[in-house]
Design a protein around this ligand. Structure first.
Ligand code: DO4
Ligand code: MG
Length: 291
């Protein structure tokens, strides 16, 4: 089952049929058995024609987030460890990435407040003070307030690799800024946990051609998804639940950086495709002269 958030209500999709659920998002998704709840709700909810559903999803789609925080895990795949060792070799920070890959405690960092998150089709930003910028395609968990994984979505953990590489203490600036996170297009709510054979794919398009293409199975992850969720909830409560990006496994080569106008397309089996165009943050008059 897929659950979309739109400006005009929430849409459930199941076996090519669509239903509208007009419930507050936070209340709707924060349940112990979201799949069972949605299966029951569609039996009594108003069915939408495929045409109406397509219109709403085209024109009114929002990121599938309400009041939740977005957190992220790092260095959970060998490819990310290798890329970080390379990026931080001059700063002397390389051993931290090596250690965290092997350690019992994972790297978890705060990624985004809901209002900074881009939806499918919206722009994501790169920083003007960063010379090396990459998208990070990540399977993202929706974990309810009880700490149980209820759904999955696609996440893009946009990152400044030059700022992170200069000094690991700059990680929050490399990772947290306007539109540095994208989530969508929907919550995928299966009846059982996502299969380890699930593939993540990313392409980056520039001026009509493809400049990067990669794919990997989520079975390559070093830690289990429940382990990551467990660490996140150890000493924190998330009253509306929480999103957790689970780390990147697809990293373009060191000579690649994103440019304004690039289109990043991330697909995950069963969930769909999250597409965003890269841009600099527009500078309003009130912001000029600050930097
Ligand atoms: O340690 C830096 C961030 C790592 C990360 O975001 C990832 O591996 O996906
Ligand atoms: Mg990441």
């Amino acid at each position: 089952m897929k659950l979309y958030k739109t400006k005009k209500g929430n849409i459930v999709e199941h076996q090519n049929k669509f239903w509208l659920l007009e419930q507050a998002w936070d209340e709707l998704i924060n349940r112990d058995d979201l799949h069972v709840y949605l299966a029951k709700a569609v039996r009594t909810g108003g069915e939408l024609s495929a045409l109406d559903a397509a219109d709403l999803l085209e024109q009114d789609l929002l990121a599938p987030i309400g009041s939740q925080e977005v957190w992220a895990a790092g260095v959970t795949y060998l490819r990310s460890r290798a890329a970080r060792l390379e990026e931080s070799k001059d700063s002397g920070g390389a051993s931290f990435y090596d250690k965290v890959y092997e350690a019992e405690r994972p790297e978890l960092f705060f990624k985004s407040q809901p209002q900074r998150v881009a939806a499918h089709g919206e722009r994501v930003y790169i920083r003007r003070d960063s010379s090396w910028n990459l998208p990070e395609p990540e399977l993202t968990l929706f974990i309810n307030s009880q700490g149980l994984i209820q759904a999955y979505t696609i996440g893009n953990d946009m990152s400044s690799r030059s700022i992170e590489g200069e000094n690991p203490l700059y990680l929050p600036q490399a990772k947290v800024y306007e539109r540095s996170a994208a989530l969508g297009p929907c919550l995928f709510v299966p009846s059982s946990p996502i299969s380890p054979n699930t593939m993540i794919r990313m392409t980056i398009q520039r001026e009509g051609g493809s400049v990067y293409r990669g794919e990997v199975a989520i079975s390559q992850i070093k830690r289990s998804l429940t382990e990551l969720a467990g660490w996140l909830y150890r000493e924190s409560d998330y009253i509306h639940g929480c999103f957790l990006m689970t780390g990147t496994c697809l990293v373009p080569g060191n000579d690649f950086t994103m440019l304004e106008g690039d289109k990043v397309e991330i697909s995950i089996d069963g969930i769909g495709m999250l597409s965003n165009t890269v841009s600099y943050k527009p500078q309003g008059p009130h912001r000029q002269g600050l930097i």
